[in-house]
Design a protein around this ligand. Sequence first.
Ligand SMILES: [Zn+2]
Length: 468
Amino acid sequence: MTGPPAPRRWHAELAWLPGHGVQPDVLIEAAGDTFSTVRAGVPRDAAGAAVRLNGLTLPGLANAHSHAFHRALRGITQAGRGTFWTWRERMYQVAARLEPDSYLALARAAYAEMALAGVTCVGEFHYLHHGPGGVPYADPNAMGETLLQAAAEAGLRITLLDTCYLAGGLPADDDAEAGARPEPLSEPQLRFGDGDADRWAARVEALAPGPGGLLGPGARLGAAIHSVRAVPRDQMPTVAAWARRHGAPLHAHLSEQRAENEACEAAYGATPAAVLDEAGALGPRSTMVHATHLTDADVWLLGGSGTCACFCPTTEADLADGIGPARALASAGSPLSVGSDSHAVVDLFAEARGIELTQRLATGQRGQFTAAELASAATAAGHACLGWPQAGQIAPGALADLVTVALDTPRLAGASAATALESVVFAATAADVRHVVAGGRDVVRDGHHLLVPNVPAALSAAIRAVLG
Ligand SMILES: [Zn+2]
């Protein structure tokens, strides 16, 4: 995403435009990494040498919640029985094996899979900071820099959500009144910990973020509070203050499991949402991931503060987490975004429709969200919650990200222009993505990644190296 601005032109058979729905014959021009002109109704023969985009062209998709290394667990953790907590043990085994070199290969391949699925920006919720035993690398940000490099090499924009992770669990309730300390990190968690929030802040400061956390044209630094489990209440304000000082995004895992809500109530006498609110961690720059087990008061705290709620429906189903009140949150004022989280699958269409389909299952009512609202969660709202509000729509001045979904595949054949967006949101898969442009640069052409030539081979080799 660097180099001198070069004008580019595309002619989309159909494109989804802000405020105008799906329009035919859209001429799209970009200078450098930004759209300059968008005009609908331009006949194909008047589009000159513009690159033809057959199908429905959308803005780039934003994967607002990713843990890149979880990609190695696909299939393995779907075997057998268990809970979120038994899944976590298996995840820790993979974390224990990663070093910067093996993580670079795995993350680059995982991000390349995302690019093939239409993702142009990833929010990487990064907590695997240190070497075995928690010993810092010579460069204490070696792992984070590895992820920045991986995204650049896979052609994605990235927001590195550097995650504060300090404790192994909440204080046991019977000790809480005596001011008991949180549980210490367990052996596999030692690699995640910085000791305290001040040392976390000093480490991330060394990445030298600019305003808004900007690290470069395609990279931004944000902050994350792992969860109420992993960051003691008195440490949270330091992380929130760091994000506020930099105008950077702040993310947190909110209420994924009932057990953590119960432990939080027992330790603090408050829900996770209330604890995070008190710490100054809610607001329009903040995103709460897994807004799953919420009280009505929690919904108003998030909605009233304009806090984004990031849903990861395929992971939330895979881990038997539960179904969060997405409609209530949106109505209360929370923008919604989506993420592939554990990468049980990497398919933002599945995540977007998952919001609506889980609400239907929970309420017995269809049509709680329109296809446009679901598409916005996977585009504009996702980019905004990662600190890129200038991305996620095909409009002059927006970052030049395009995703073209083929409409001649078995899944989408027969789609009409009038309901093409509904067809894509409710029936497309990642395999239907044909072309991807990120920041004005071609990343995927005719279903092939242009920077990582053989994505399956790259994934296979990287996963084999980690799993042994
Ligand atoms: Zn997560």
